[in-house]
Design a protein around this ligand. Sequence first.
Ligand SMILES: Cc1cc2nc3c(=O)[nH]c(=O)nc-3n(C[C@H](O)[C@H](O)[C@H](O)COP(=O)(O)O)c2cc1C
Length: 189
Amino acid sequence: MDLKDAIYNRRAVRAYTREAVGESALRDLIDAAIQAPSAMNAQPWVFCVVRDATMLADISRRAKEHMLANTPAGLLSHHLDLTLHDPTFDIFYGAPALVLICSTTDNAWAVENCALAAGNLMLAAHAAGLGTCWIGFAQSWLRSTEGKAFLRVPLTIQPVAPIIVGHPAGSTPAVPRKAAEIRWLGVEH
Ligand SMILES: Cc1cc2nc3c(=O)[nH]c(=O)nc-3n(C[C@H](O)[C@H](O)[C@H](O)COP(=O)(O)O)c2cc1C
């Protein structure tokens, strides 16, 4: 698959078959992730992989509870409030694997480094016929002391990008993009 195809046709996939994603496929995606640039080439990342369905369900439940308990009243939309209260809502959409990209530092570029790695991983997955979706719903609990204990990572590790990976069940339509707002500075047009 050429790069343009991957960039334009990758989608946030929210429906997966039950087929597992093998270790070697996940290793390939992580290898693509670590080709990303990082500030001063520090490569300050670590990848936590969860493929156990019970663990994934546990994280989903705890993440929903954490969001409900920690989002200030009035900031949750009615729809989101209903969704998070729904015990059947799986924030991971039944995906068989979660790759959580964590920063080993909390310096100024922790998020940027891991987000670039996440972008590579999602494009590489698409090129390999796999679906992905960044699950922001999982972030605040995974970053909590309880979340880090669950992951068995030291408190110094910063979870940044939870990316689910699986075999897409069907196709995902593209969502529209707004026209880019471009401000050409210093040149007359
Ligand atoms: C930082 C970030 C957090 C996201 N969190 C969620 C999430 O919690 N649940 C979800 O279904 N999609 C989530 N998404 C996916 C976006 O909704 C999706 O990328 C966007 O709607 C554009 O669709 P596309 O990726 O198919 O182009 C997240 C994406 C990003 C970049």
